[in-house]
Design a binder for this molecule. Structure first.
Ligand code: B3K
Ligand code: ZN
Length: 853
């Protein structure tokens, strides 16, 4: 049993010693892999004489102090040496077995290649070290391995030497001139195909770009390298930031716990975020690659050049870098659609996290397992907090703040507070109250009421804010909320656009010269991460859908209109009344389908309508069975009412080779298949004629709404066609995992034995089990509890194998609070079963123990 002890932000102490230089020597040799770490250690705290190094599951074979043996002790994984001088050289040799490392943290094997993952605390699985982000050292790394099996030996920085060794082995030596924390160290050794390019920076330096992929995949690396060049250029133009080394490498590996990792000069990527060609990757995959390549690249300044003082400050680099990657995607693509995607993540996932047992502030105050805090809160809400500062300061003020931040802190490990201070000092905007966003968790509820006074021509908005207590924090204070507002006339003319500063529990804003009552477009572009409640009537929402200046506001109004219709029918079911739908909703959608100038990608977003999970997030208690029925009813009514218009759009868009057209076409197809099996023929011919994966998958997803002979037949064909392409087979697994129907659970169970599936590969687990639990709401929450049991069995299996992945896919099971008591009991029973495991990992312990209180 691992020690499950919490660490607290308030206990932060600067280190007694630091390591200024480290010389690492890797002799890669299977189970007999030897690592020699020679560290130059320097005392920082004058009264200290004891050095405590972090280690995890390490076998030490030698330890020397200034070249001489020295006595040491180990305790709870740490290595302790007493009576030390002010400066010394410490040499530690450890013996590793990378093949046995299935947790994919530290040094491990991915499909025959050695690779590392050190963030957050993986370096301590390689050698004993001061494995904390505020210890920044200069690294020299020598890698040695068999030349034939491992022709490429890579590490951070610049390559400074290489040559042959005895016994068919060879070595490469790397030097990284930028001091860095251990979490940014990386090593890769293997045989790859290499795609090369170069980039000339704005100041005229040439940077070599290299993308390493599994043999045979060279033709799938072009989009990644193009995305990298685009990112480099964008960061120069928008943020005035240039790349700093002579080489930038990306290696794509098959076994990876997350999306990618920003190691200095040597990014390691999940193949999912590198490999693409039109036959095998969808438009969404292309977009995902561009944004993750950008994200990791942007970390070079926000994360690597300026890093975090401690892991509680994770949002310092992640929130800021997500904001930067979102801005990148918006500048090079559709701003509205990118914003809608970001808002969906917030409303569907982050609000759920806030409402569940893992609620935490974007700068958490206590942590048991750091890997559990790479969350939608730290990342996505963190990005929203940066975005709010951008709204308050404006682009000019914000960029002045960034400049000040780098001038003050380049080469340092700093705190979120340091970032806010730079923003504040450079812009002159007072962020005292705003800082609360960093330490207060939970989603503020903002309630708005309106009042119109004909006599005085005044329109008033009364705004209140309240944040409910969360598990780890009871007292909540009012936040500084930038509240973006547009007022429209009843003809749809824009009367006013303004950002209100909501800072108190209750506030009234008065707008003069409003002889007739305007329609408010509230919290435009989701200007703050809050739950908004306002009693919109159908006419108001219809007006916003047509006339709001912001496309995001149009989408938002369509979501509200659809949601109202669903909840009314949930109510009808509860009171034994017949379900029905206001025809104005159908008219509104019809209007959009017929509107010529409307952005196709935006319309596609609108036609996707909130799913059951999204709708569930709108309420604190959900009657799931009624909700599923009511939603299906509303969707079918809309689809029936708009059938002709959708068919016309579908036909018009077929054959147009462009992403937004494909998105709209697939959204129409999805709806058409909800109303009649006759439309199956459209899916069949789209599948047969498909020239790209977006069209093939669009057809299959539309058919996946229910079981049918055609669905079986096409899925079978798809499997035969793509059996040798794991990333495409992942899509096949997800289709299987997200189909409704009574036999689903048995089908998923049997798929865990399929050759396309493997428990040891995180992508496979996420595609089948993760997708099932997170996206097949109907079956996962099926009344008999079999869905919970399936997830629980998998988690128990992964507890030892890969705790990080286990702790990630458990999320839907710990968020049980809004369900009925029968479901809650079953979910808690499953959690209790996990908690009782004798060898429960810290990762799972933290989440399950919190969930069960
Ligand atoms: N910084 C990494 C995430 C590391 C997660 C460790 N469990 C990827 C990223 O955010 O860019
Ligand atoms: Zn990141």
């Amino acid at each position: 049993m691992t020690q499950a002890q919490a660490k607290y932000l308030k206990d932060y102490k600067s280190p007694d010693y630091t390591i200024t230089h480290v010389d690492l020597h890797f002799s890669l040799n299977g189970k007999e892999t030897l690592v020699t770490a020679k560290s130059q250690v320097k005392r920082l705290n004058e009264s200290a004489t004891t050095l405590i190094l972090d280690g995890d599951d390490l076998q030490i074979t030698q330890l020397l102090l200034d070249g001489e043996p020295v006595s040491y002790t180990t305790e709870k994984g740490q290595l302790i040496i007493n009576d030390l001088p002010a400066t010394f050289e410490l040499t530690i040799v450890t013996l590793l077995d990378p093949e046995a490392n299935l947790a994919l943290e530290g040094l491990y094997m991915s499909d025959g290649a050695y690779c590392t993952q050190c963030e957050a605390e993986g370096f301590r699985r390689i050698t004993y070290f001061l494995d904390r982000p505020d210890v920044l050292a200069i690294y020299t790394v020598q890698v040695e391995a068999d030349k034939q099996a491992f022709p490429y030996l890579l590490s951070n920085g610049n390559r400074v030497a290489s040559g042959p060794l005895d016994g068919g082995r060879h070595f490469v030596r790397w030097f990284d001139p930028f001091p860095k924390p251990a979490y940014l160290f990386a090593l890769v050794a293997g045989d790859f195909d290499l795609l090369e390019d170069k980039y000339r920076t704005r100041s005229g330096r040439d940077v070599a770009l290299q993308v390493f992929v599994d043999k045979g995949n060279l033709n799938k690396a072009h989009h990644a390298i193009a995305s990298l060049k685009k990112s480099m250029k964008w960061d120069e133009e928008r943020f005035n930031l240039e790349y700093d080394l002579d080489i930038y490498m990306i290696v794509a590996v098959d076994f990876f716990n997350m999306g990618a990792m920003e190691n200095k000069g040597l990014n390691v990527f999940n193949t999912k975020y590198v490999l693409a060609d039109t036959a095998s990757a969808t438009d969404d995959d292309y977009h995902g690659i561009e944004s993750v390549v950008g994200h990791e690249y942007f970390h070079n300044w926000t994360g690597n050049r300026v890093t975090c003082r401690d892991w509680f400050q994770l949002s310092l680099k992640e929130g800021l870098t997500v904001f930067r990657d979102q801005e990148f995607s918006s500048d090079v693509g559709s701003r509205a659609v990118n914003r809608i995607h970001a808002v969906k993540v917030m409303k569907n996932q982050q609000f759920a996290e806030d409402a569940g047992p893992m609620a935490h502030a974007i700068r958490p105050e206590s942590v048991i397992e750091m890997n559990n805090f790479y969350t939608v809160t730290v990342y996505n809400k963190g990005a929203e907090v940066i975005r709010m500062m951008h709204t308050l300061l404006g682009e000019t003020g914000f960029q002045a703040g960034m400049k000040c931040y780098f001038e003050r802190h380049d080469g340092q490990a700093v705190t979120c507070d340091d970032f806010v201070s730079a923003m504040e000092d450079a812009s002159g905007v007072d962020l005292t109250q705003f800082r609360l966003w960093y330490r207060q968790s939970g989603t503020p509820e903002v309630t708005v009421t309106e009042e119109h006074d004909v006599e005085s021509s005044e329109y008033r908005l009364h705004i209140t804010q309240k944040t409910q207590p969360t598990g780890e924090q009871t007292e909540k204070l009012p936040l500084h909320i930038p509240f973006d507002l547009e007022l429209l006339s009843s003809q749809g003319d824009s009367l006013l656009n303004r950002v209100l500063n909501v800072t108190q529990e209750r506030q009234t804003f008065v707008f003069e010269n409003m002889p007739t009552k305007p329609v408010p477009s509230l919290l435009q572009n989701f200007s703050a991460p809050v739950r908004l409640s306002f009693n919109y009537c159908v006419e108001q929402l219809m007006l916003l859908i047509r006339f709001a200046s912001s496309d995001v506001a149009k989408w938002d109004a369509s979501v509200a209109l659809f949601s109202q219709a669903v909840w009314q029918n949930v109510d009808n079911l509860h009171t034994n009344r017949a379900m029905h739908i206001d025809t104005r909703l159908i008219d509104a959608i019809k209007g959009l389908l017929l509107e010529e100038g409307l952005d196709k990608a935006l319309l596609a977003e609108i036609l996707q309508f909130p799913n059951v999970a999204t709708l569930s997030e709108q309420v604190t208690q959900v009657a799931l069975d009624e909700l599923i029925l009511a939603r299906s009813f509303v969707v079918e009514e809309i689809a029936t009412g708009c059938e002709d218009e959708m068919l016309a759009r579908y036909r018009e868009l077929r054959g147009i080779d462009e992403a937004a057209s494909r998105a709209l076409k697939n959204a129409c197809l999805q709806l058409l298949l909800k109303i009649s099996d006759e439309h199956q023929i459209l899916a069949k011919s789209q599948y047969d004629d498909a020239q790209n994966m977006t069209d093939s998958l669009g057809a299959l997803s539309a058919l996946n709404g229910e079981q049918s002979e055609l669905r079986e037949q096409l899925l079978h064909d798809f499997q035969l066609r793509w059996a040798d392409t794991p990333l495409v087979m992942d899509k096949w697994l997800t289709l299987q995992a997200t189909c409704p129907g009574e036999d689903r659970i048995a089908a998923i169970k049997s798929l865990t034995g399929h050759s396309a599936f493997s428990f040891s590969n995180p992508n496979r687990v996420r595609s089948l089990i993760g997708a099932f639990a997170a996206a097949n709401t109907e079956v996962f929450h099926q009344q008999d509890g079999e869905g919970y049991a399936l997830l629980t069995d998998v988690i128990i299996k992964l507890n030892k194998l890969n705790p990080q992945v286990a702790a990630r896919i458990i999320t839907p099971l710990i968020q049980f609070k809004k369900f009925d008591s029968t479901r809650q009991t079953k979910m808690k029973d499953s959690l209790a079963q996990i908690l009782a495991l004798p060898d429960l990992s810290k990762d799972l312990y933290e989440k399950v123990a919190k969930a069960l209180g």
